[in-house]
Design a protein around this ligand. Structure first.
Ligand code: ADP
Length: 239
């Protein structure tokens, strides 16, 4: 193969990849509007129907909600990867965000009988990050920590101010991650097939989004985990 035809092939592959991701993105957008209608109307139906019919409407509502979340996360990732995600940098006190996330995740925690805790220092340096994006990332990690823990465990969000970095650890004492899966959990659509977590619903997109959104702001996302003992996901921002 000549160098020229090799380069032509690579360009073709790149073009096809771009076309593919553009196509998926257009389809996802097109699906979002009808899905939002189904979500709203199935909620009304589930509140007004009774018996079996109410049950059917609730199932439609729950499954549509899952699909809408999937589409939103997928579109969020595509936006970051195509360089279209705006980053609104402002001066942020992470203590506020950690508290807001703890409050927002209480209903899910109560439903799953998980005890949500925060561990924040008296003082924390203000850092320059995108507030909404970071809040969404910490929320996703707390949601995962709840989802992948059996009942009656603690989920702790710890905030630390360490010399030239600020560190947020989301700690759980749940199912943990097998060593062979640790390198794959940030890949798009990867879901661990471990016995205890295989029936928990998800798309395998959440951590891809968190990693890309944190790196977009100059931060880092790391994980340490022991199977059957628990996991710690850490976001590190330079000051
Ligand atoms: P989803 O939860 O939708 O499957 P994620 O991208 O958020 O997708 O996570 C990918 C996989 O990583 C999950 O399917 C699960 O196997 C594993 N995982 C993520 N967070 C945790 C956690 N806190 N404890 C144990 N496993 C986790």
């Amino acid at each position: 193969m000549t160098k020229k035809s090799f380069l032509n092939d690579i360009t073709k592959i790149k073009e096809l990849e771009l076309l593919k991701s553009h196509l998926i993105s257009v389809v996802s957008h097109e699906l979002k509007n009808p899905m939002t209608s189904i979500l709203g109307f199935s909620e009304i139906l589930s509140k007004n129907l009774t018996g079996k019919m109410q049950n059917f409407a609730s199932i439609i509502n729950r499954e549509t909600e899952r699909l809408v979340r999937f589409l939103n996360t997928f579109l969020d990732i595509t936006r970051i990867e195509e360089g279209r995600q705006p980053v609104k940098l402002t001066q942020v006190n992470l203590k506020e965000i950690v508290d807001e996330v703890a409050n927002a995740s209480k209903p899910i925690a109560v439903m799953n009988r998980i005890n949500i805790q925060t561990d924040v220092p008296e003082y924390i340096d203000i850092i320059t990050i995108d507030r909404d994006l970071t809040k969404q990332c910490i929320f996703n990690l707390v949601e995962n920590a709840i989802k992948y823990s059996p009942q009656d465990r603690d989920v702790i969000t710890r905030l630390q101010d360490l010399n030239d970095i600020v560190r947020i650890d989301v700690i759980d004492h749940g199912y943990g991650i097998k060593e062979e899966d640790l390198g794959k959990i940030f890949d798009k659509f990867f879901r661990s097939s471990s016995e205890k977590t295989k029936n928990i619903k998800g798309s395998g997109l959440g951590l891809t989004f968190v990693k890309e959104a944190i790196e977009l702001q100059g931060g880092q996302l790391t994980v340490s985990s022991k199977y059957n003992e628990g996991s710690t996901f850490s976001i590190i921002f330079p000051k």
